[in-house]
Design a protein around this ligand. Structure first.
Ligand SMILES: Cc1cc2nc3c(=O)[nH]c(=O)nc-3n(C[C@H](O)[C@H](O)[C@H](O)COP(=O)(O)OP(=O)(O)OC[C@H]3O[C@@H](n4cnc5c(N)ncnc54)[C@H](O)[C@@H]3O)c2cc1C
Ligand code: FES
Length: 354
């Protein structure tokens, strides 16, 4: 029988059995014990906790997200830490009471669609072996076929009411293991894929009924698409969403007609702007960055909520833009699409509280 250690999570007082080789975060999320997290790959520092008792192996934690002095002070990143003894930890558990927590589970999927939707971007639809329950904005880990358990995180773009087929929108990263090396190279309809989820704290707070402004860059549109579909099509959501989608050129944007049609169908609840930064806009598009368009439209965002998603640099730019319009940090929610390269360079913004 393989060894397990008991992790006690304070201030909840909950005990979780962690099998050998599993991270503390993974074991807790699978046991239905929510711990703060975002990237799940040791880059963002959202999952930092204090070890009150016991020993952990810090694993693959980035030296930028968990600095040497923090390791000496007894801090760790639960998404990378594996217990070496029974452990007691203290976490800052900030889960919204209205948020339904769905335990992480393993799934086997079959690819039912791979299609080109924009320059270097594919839509990947996977039929799962059973229903997945998740909150709009969350993501799954996909084990890259042909690797020794390398996993990558992709956000669901479908509404949570579509439980059986998940949709991912994925950008090719030159040299990337999952994209260049598999999805854009030899993945095919009918292939089997192992996945787990749902993960992440980037969820639409429909229960707050506040007007919402969203900014997405590239495939950063995926979780925002899930949120928009969920709010408009399936929830008794009374607020209004203004969505800014950004790309360098029109060839980099996707589902533009779909969002335009939604805006026509729900004029009181949804407004959509497609923005191109590196070419003269043609009819129906706006020129410039999403932040420029948003700042042109809004003098002040007090009373709103802001959601933003994309590369870490794009998220930082959007954060500054939201703050320039007096949106309080507590009303700003973001998902940074960190990749393995970011882990080595420490792209963590001092502006962003995690
Ligand atoms: C919460 C979350 C959600 C995400 N959702 C999406 C999504 O919906 N759609 C999407 O397209 N992406 C998303 N991403 C990004 C995604 O997880 C992957 O990072 C992306 O798909 C690239 O994976 P890859 O295996 O192809 O690239 P990787 O193999 O991870 O490589 C990425 C880059 O890092 C470099 N690199 C790799 N290892 C090292 C190293 N050791 N040292 C230096 N450089 C290195 C590579 O050369 C490459 O340039 C998300 C990320 C997060 C954190
Ligand atoms: S969730 Fe652990 S570092 Fe991002």
């Amino acid at each position: 029988m393989s060894e397990t250690f008991t992790v006690t999570v304070e201030p909840l007082g909950r005990e979780v059995e962690v099998p050998a080789g599993q991270t503390i975060l993974e074991a807790c999320l699978r046991a239905g014990v929510w711990l703060p997290h975002s990237c799940t790959h040791g880059t963002c520092a959202t999952c930092k906790v204090e070890i009150l008792d016991g020993e952990v192996d810090h694993g693959e934690a980035s030296s930028f997200a968990l600095m040497d002095f923090e390791r000496e002070e007894g801090k760790t990143l639960t998404c990378c830490a594996r217990p070496q003894s029974d452990v007691t930890l203290e976490a800052d558990i900030d889960v919204d009471e209205e948020l339904e927590v769905f335990p992480v589970q393993d799934y086997t999927g079959t690819i039912v669609e791979i299609s080109d939707i924009a320059r270097d971007i594919k839509r990947l639809r996977i039929e799962l072996d059973r229903d997945l329950h998740f909150n709009a904005g969350q993501y799954m880990k996909v084990i890259v076929p042909g690797t020794e358990h390398v996993d990558r995180t992709w956000s669901m773009a479908n509404s949570p009411t579509e439980n059986r087929i998940v949709e991912f929108q994925v950008r090719n990263v030159p040299g990337g293991v999952a994209t260049d090396g598999w999805l854009f190279k030899n993945a095919a309809v009918g292939d089997k894929v192992e996945l787990s989820g749902p993960y992440g704290k980037f969820v639409l707070r429909t229960w707050e009924d506040k007007p919402v402004v969203m900014m997405g860059g590239g495939t950063g549109m995926a979780p925002l698409a899930a949120m928009v579909k969920h709010a408009l099509l399936n929830e008794e959501y009374e607020g209004h969403i203004t969505l800014y989608a950004g790309g360098r050129t029109a060839a980099d944007l996707y589902d533009v007609d779909y969002f335009r049609e939604l805006a026509e169908e729900y004029p009181d609840q949804f407004t959509y702007h497609a923005c191109v930064s590196d070419e003269e806009p043609t009819e129906g598009y706006r020129g410039g960055l999403v932040t420029t368009a948003m700042e042109e439209d809004f003098d002040k965002l007090t009373g709103y909520q802001g959601y933003m998603c994309g590369s870490p640099g794009m998220v930082e730019g959007c954060l500054k833009s939201f703050m320039s319009r007096r949106l309080f940090p507590r009303d700003i929610f973001h998902e940074d699409f960190f990749n393995e390269g970011d882990k080595q360079t420490g792209l963590n913004s001092p502006l962003i509280k995690r």
